[in-house]
Design a protein around this ligand. Sequence first.
Ligand code: HEC
Length: 195
Amino acid sequence: MKLAMTLFVFCFFCSSALGQSSESEDGPLLEGRKVAAAFMQELKGELEQAIAAAGPVSGIGVCQSKAPAIAARLSVETGWKVGRTSLRVRNPGNAPDRWEKVILEDFDRRRFQGTAPQELEVLEIVEKDGGKVLRYMKAIPTGEICLLCHGAVLAPGVVDELSRRYPQDKARGYKPGEIRGAFTLSRPEKGEGNK
Ligand code: HEC
């Protein structure tokens, strides 16, 4: 019964993401993937550089300032509103809305059932304030480098700096391969006359 439910949910999401992929739907899916990949690549590059140069404590400031800066620039460049979210946020400003929370919970469920985190994504048209919004989310797996600031055992300097900047931090204690969060993208849906 539980398996049947999961299969249903999985198929529901894959049909929204892939099943209806006529030419007109392929575009946004590929775009979403590209924007998420660009965000990941740029932020990871900045982070690795800062950590290599001056250690993980200096990476904390980079993450705090660069992540929103990259998101803002990508939003202007691509027309997608871009951000990051998680079920256990470090920055309360990244907390998920209701739709995002449902998707994140589903990502965790699907990972538990054996789907690779790299494959977890959703594209869906969502009603919002009487209009339609196209939304895309892609899971972010926890890699080795992430553990320096999101793992179970952190260097004392990292703990102090995180506690100073993020007194409500919930984003510690992750294990490699767990889903740390997701990229979240949205834009007004222009197709079908926005009816
Ligand atoms: C040097 C410390 C550091 C490392 C390493 C690090 N992060 Fe973070 N992470 C942070 C900080 C600081 C924030 C809060 C940023 C902000 O204020 O928006 C954060 C926030 C996030 C968020 C946004 C949701 C939230 O919790 O607020 C995600 C998703 C995330 N990190 C994923 C990762 C992943 C994946 C990796 C590994 C590739 C990683 N982080 C590596 C420090 C780090």
